[in-house]
Each structure stands twice: as structure tokens, then as C-alpha cells.
Design a protein around this ligand. Sequence first.
Ligand SMILES: Nc1ncnc2c1ncn2[C@@H]1O[C@H](COP(=O)(O)OP(=O)(O)O)[C@@H](O)[C@H]1O
Ligand SMILES: [Mg+2]
Length: 243
Amino acid sequence: MENKNIIETYNLSKIYRLRNASEIKAVDEVNLKVQEGEFLTILGPSGSGKTTLLNLLGGVDRPTTGEIRIDGLELSKLTERELVKVRREKVGFVFQVFNLIPTLTALENVEVALAPTVANRSKRLERSSHLLEWVGLGRRLHHLPAELSAGEQQRIAIARAFANEPKIILLDEPTGNLDTATGREIMKMCHKANKEHYQTVVTVTHARYVREFTDRLLYMRDGKLYTQIPEEELLKSAHNLSP
Ligand SMILES: Nc1ncnc2c1ncn2[C@@H]1O[C@H](COP(=O)(O)OP(=O)(O)O)[C@@H](O)[C@H]1O
Ligand SMILES: [Mg+2]
């Protein structure tokens, strides 16, 4: 298959202006290219701009300056309505907070994601239960989120993100709140889906072990992306300078 960039950003920035007129460059001149089918992980400490970047890529948030292209579409040129369509059809999102609807069962939480795209309810329920089986929750279909562990809730969020077979899956701290063993399981599952269905996955996290399950790793610090751990590069150059 030819190499096609499904995500491209050009000098992408998001600047927050605070009441005291100071500025935070949450995302600072980011030029990112992600190839179709790639599994990319961005590792960065809390506050480095990971969630902001992911929200920009998913069209949930608008940039201050710069450009984003998703599957060839320039997001800034789209109307709100077209953007909703892109989000719905091309992007699956797993947010840092799971965003499950507390009054709906596991099955119904996945089903709602299919409501705009699958008209027939029994088809929706069938597909939802398949998805939940796939994430290992086949025996928890009728449980409410409050009746499930954090790991199980995260699996529902993942089943939901994959529901419409989006070309792009964006995962914000998919292993947050989970013990390392469960976190590994979740990452393995996403990696398998990525390889089997040629879906592009971008995951942002501060959990270093997540790097085991990725094709490419980038590092984020103060809104900027790096191919090497910036602190280690700094140490190296300091070392080189010393006599
Ligand atoms: N709505 C906002 N208003 C002002 N500052 C914000 C807002 N959202 C995020 N920030 C700031 O932007 C920076 C990046 O935040 P975020 O993208 O959430 O980082 P991460 O996900 O890596 O923890 C932080 O310094 C944060 O305080
Ligand atoms: Mg975050």
C-alpha cells in the first residue's frame, strides 16, 4: 500500500491567554505527519499539551494558528456541520475521562455511538455486543458503568471509539487509572485492531511502558514535539561541551 499521510499539521499552535494577560503555548508550532495505518505514541509529562494536541487533531478544538489536514481535508475550511461529519465518520476518540453515560448499560453506551450511522436498532445492538465481546466484556453487557471496574469502563470507551470503524483512533491516556497489567491488555488490544484493520492510532500518554506497543514514539514538552527525549539530548550536549 502506498504511504499516505492521514494526519498532517503545519505550524499548529494553541495559545491560551490568561486573565493576567500572560500566555500559555499549550501546542507550539507543531508539524506532525502520521501515515495511514501507523500506530504513533506521544509521550509527555502532565501539562505538556498532549490533550490539547489530540483535541485539535480530532476537530474537538480549533487552533489559534496553523493548519490541520485529516484525510486530505483542511479542518479550518470546514463548517461546523462538516466538522461534525468528519468527527463522526473518520475519528474515534477515547477521552482522558471515559465520558460514559452513567444511566446506560455497557451495551447501550456503545449503541449510542452507532445511532447516527446504523438505522436498525437490532443491528446496532448486535454490533455493540460484538464490539464488547472483542474487548472482553461479553459477560458485562447489561452492567451500568458504576457497576464496572475502571479497566472495564475503559474497555467500553474503546469499544465505542471503534464502533463506526473510523480511519483514525485518538486515545488520550488510554491506560490512565488502570494498573499496569490491565493497561498493557488495553494497549495490546488497540495494537491488534490497528494491525488487523489498518486503522491509524495516535495515543498520548505519560505512561512510559506504553512505548512497547507502538510503531513510532515522539516526545512532547511544553507544547513542542521531539523525536528524542529532550532532557537526554540536553545532557548529551552538555557532556560534549565539557572538556
Ligand atoms: N482551557 C484552558 N485554559 C488555559 N490553559 C489551559 C487550558 N487547557 C489547558 N491549558 C494549559 O495548557 C497546558 C497543556 O495542557 P494539556 O493539553 O491538558 O496537557 P496534558 O494533556 O499533557 O496534561 C497546561 O499548561 C494547561 O494548564
Ligand atoms: Mg491530558
